[in-house]
Design a protein around this ligand. Sequence first.
Ligand SMILES: *[C@@H]1O[C@H](CO)[C@@H](O)[C@H](O)[C@H]1NC(C)=O
Ligand SMILES: *[C@@H]1O[C@H](CO)[C@@H](O)[C@H](O)[C@H]1NC(C)=O
Ligand SMILES: *[C@@H]1O[C@H](CO)[C@@H](O)[C@H](O)[C@H]1NC(C)=O
Ligand SMILES: *[C@@H]1O[C@H](CO)[C@@H](O)[C@H](O)[C@H]1NC(C)=O
Length: 306
Amino acid sequence: MMFSTSFFVTIVYALMISGAESTHDFQKDHSKSTFTYDQLWNLEKTFWDAFLYPANKIQIQGNASTIFASDVQGRVDITRTFDGDELNREYIFGLFADPTAVSLVGIPIDYSITQFSANDNIASATTVVTFNATTFGVTIPVTIDTWMEFDKDGKIAQYDAVFRWFDYLLNYLLESTATKYNTTSAGAVSIVTDILAKDICKTHDEYCTGDNQQYPTDGISCYDYLTQKIRFGQSYELGRNTLLCREVHDHMVQYRPDVHCAHIGPTGGGYCVDDMSYTQTVLQRYFNDSWIPFGYGQKQDVWLTN
Ligand SMILES: *[C@@H]1O[C@H](CO)[C@@H](O)[C@H](O)[C@H]1NC(C)=O
Ligand SMILES: *[C@@H]1O[C@H](CO)[C@@H](O)[C@H](O)[C@H]1NC(C)=O
Ligand SMILES: *[C@@H]1O[C@H](CO)[C@@H](O)[C@H](O)[C@H]1NC(C)=O
Ligand SMILES: *[C@@H]1O[C@H](CO)[C@@H](O)[C@H](O)[C@H]1NC(C)=O
């Protein structure tokens, strides 16, 4: 050995000291956690209990959310980012609250949390949610990985959700359709395209009237646009210029036509648009608060606004 053990220990010790000094300024005391592990587990369960049908119907009514902070910031990997309580309640709860609606996954009827780790005011979990996909006549497990940050009142200040195996799920739904109609994968896409386009145009004609009208009500333009002029959409394109994106927003139109009609229209209203590249999506500086507890690692975090 070239160096004595004591020399090596001195070097390591010096590195530890300098490391501690350089991070001391912005790290909080670990013993002063905002919430206990038990409290964070209960907050996580509270969210998922509220997510299930029919409890989710309550979340769309009234003005003050018991789940989301008024200025909540949210992101879903297969769609995009969503700001504010009202919008998030419409997306997170309103999207899955009607068993009779034409929809990809239907209504959530059960859940199982399979992974959970939490610290300070942040919880990371994997939840397998059972959906009753009434449109397709199947129940399907959907795996949702979530990060949630809670404010002092226990409301969600930020969330980041990832639909694990969503590509596989979409293919499964199309294969189920192919089997049901005795057709090919391409045939299944045509069938689902037809079902979704008809449903979106029905929503448009019912709710998007006057200033909110997006298509001529000639019984052709809307269907033609949705089936011929835009893509069906890939599994990561539920927030891009696709039919699948307009399917997502279709469910929200009833709550606030003035806000949501544009999203199912030709312009996409800033939500169903091809505005970001792959790299911009991955490197988007969106979150105001760090996802790393106790203030660790902030200077190197490319997802923080500042
Ligand atoms: C609830 O929201 C509606 C419209 O979103 C508004 O007109 C009404 O004043 C609000 N009520 C309260 C009590 O804030
Ligand atoms: C996040 O930061 C931006 C820019 O500083 C600010 O405009 C916005 O209100 C903040 N949002 C929240 C939820 O704190
Ligand atoms: C799924 O929904 C359908 C239609 O509402 C219902 O008949 C069926 O019992 C539901 N399945 C489950 C497992 O809840
Ligand atoms: C399914 O389609 C194939 C080819 O179009 C046909 O030969 C077959 O008889 C069909 N099966 C059923 C059950 O309709």
